[in-house]
Write a protein that binds this ligand. Structure first.
Ligand SMILES: [Zn+2]
Length: 422
């Protein structure tokens, strides 16, 4: 078993789901400390510098540059240690299966039903005949999202230790909690981290690359009605719930998540409740184009004004705030273009074409990039994440360590800003 597979299986076996119901504290679950300790222990054993596990379960460390690359900017990597909360996540029983084509039976779920994957549901499986594939026994998710990323980064450092002649700049690595509940690496101390730029490793199939995310805003609509006895309500009652319905009817029906894909943006009614006296509706707005987000915000404000004009008084109020921005706005700046080009070259070095995915969501990088750590997202090679059918192909896991070795080598020379800008 290669060392990255050994690490990955070991990390998966340590349950570490995050929990949106306890999101007010970081980490949201104490189990995340369990995996943080394992990773911090591995980093210490390898001889990484500044290994730190803080009170929020953030693990950070540095790795010194190879000879001659000491003066170059530090390259950073960021992965998350929590696993998804939407499926069973504890205990986790990882196993390695040899795939011989057709249907791959993973095991049985907690209700006794067969859990399997096949090329019909996962077309890429057709190219994986003869691969060893890591799955669970069907009773839980695997946690390849994002323990594959964690294992790749630690295995990269192990390789640099074994082969000190491999060229690379100083590296900063971070393993952060609560990504699955939108925490966004908010407590990562970027001054201590000290990376000029870098990558998150939290994507799907080998070759996938993401430097485009949504721009995101939230809109909170509140209605204040006037409740009177229904028998004597004529001309007096203002039903707050009805006011919310009037507002919702003005939001373009085709621009909803269930009708959109690719670069389409949307409005999503996330939550609503109400009675005659008060009512509320919370929406999120998503679009890759910030100008379109602004247009949607204006449409919602105009809708509120229209409903209020019908009542002849202020029944509705709206509060809109931005949540995160498209990381392409930072990564596509000329001075950061090397993040895309070097990823393409490093994938090419392992014979893999790079596929750019406009992510219909955000990444830890969406926030980190705007806080001064420009980072795009590399493949962690997990499939069917967030469920019991999750799997990670061994050859892809191993190939990504080679890819990272080539990627850090590309940063062992000065980045020619002028060349990248053209
Ligand atoms: Zn993830």
């Amino acid at each position: 078993m290669s060392d990255v597979v050994d690490r990955f299986v070991r990390y998966c076996a340590v349950p570490s789901q995050s929990d949106p119901l306890t999101a007010s504290k970081v980490p949201s679950t104490k189990e995340q400390f369990d995996i943080a300790k394992v990773i911090a222990g591995d980093l210490t054993e390898l001889g990484a510098q500044d290994v730190k596990l803080d009170e929020h379960a953030y693990v950070t460390a540095h790795w010194p540059a190879s000879a001659g690359a000491e003066d170059l900017p530090t390259l950073g990597f960021c992965c998350h240690i929590d696993t998804a909360w939407q499926s069973y996540g504890s205990p986790v029983h990882p196993q390695i299966k040899h795939y011989e084509g057709g249907k791959l039976v993973i095991g049985t779920d907690r209700d006794g039903h067969e859990v399997a994957v096949s090329p019909e549901t996962n077309p890429r499986l057709a190219q994986m005949v003869g691969y060893d594939i890591i799955t669970t026994d069907g009773t839980s998710l695997l946690g390849g999202d994002d323990k594959a990323g964690d294992a790749m980064v630690v295995s990269l450092l192990a390789r640099l230790k074994d082969y000190p002649e491999l060229p690379h700049p100083r590296l900063a690595v971070s393993f952060v909690p609560d990504e699955e509940i939108g925490h966004g690496a908010a407590l990562l101390n970027l001054d201590e981290f000290g990376a000029a730029y870098g990558y998150t490793i939290d994507g799907g199939p080998l070759g996938e690359f993401c430097y485009e995310t949504f721009n995101a805003a939230e809109a909170n609509v509140r209605a204040k009605g006037l409740s009177v006895h229904t028998g004597t309500a004529k001309g007096i009652m203002i039903n707050a719930s009805e006011a919310i319905f009037k507002f919702h009817a003005l939001i373009p029906a085709q621009e909803r998540p269930e009708y959109t894909e690719g670069y389409d943006g949307f409005y999503y009614l996330e939550r609503m409740q109400g009675d005659c006296e008060t009512a509320l509706a919370d929406y999120i707005i998503r679009d890759h184009d910030q100008a379109k987000v602004e247009a949607r915000k204006q449409l919602m404000r105009d809708a509120v004004a229209f409903v209020n004009s019908q009542y002849g008084r202020e029944v509705l109020t709206i509060d809109i705030h931005d949540q995160y921005h498209n990381l392409a706005d930072v990564v596509c700046r000329p001075e950061n273009a090397h993040l895309i080009e070097n990823a393409r070259k490093a994938y090419a070095s392992i014979g893999q074409e790079m596929t750019c995915i406009p992510m219909r969501g955000g990444t830890d990088g969406s926030q980190l990039s705007f806080r001064g750590f420009p980072c795009a997202n590399l493949s962690a090679c997990y499939y069917n994440a967030h469920g019991v059918r999750e799997f990670v192909p061994v050859p892809e896991l191993e190939a990504m360590v080679d890819m990272l070795q080539d990627l850090v080598a590309l940063y062992a020379v000065p980045q020619d800003v002028a060349a990248d800008a053209k």
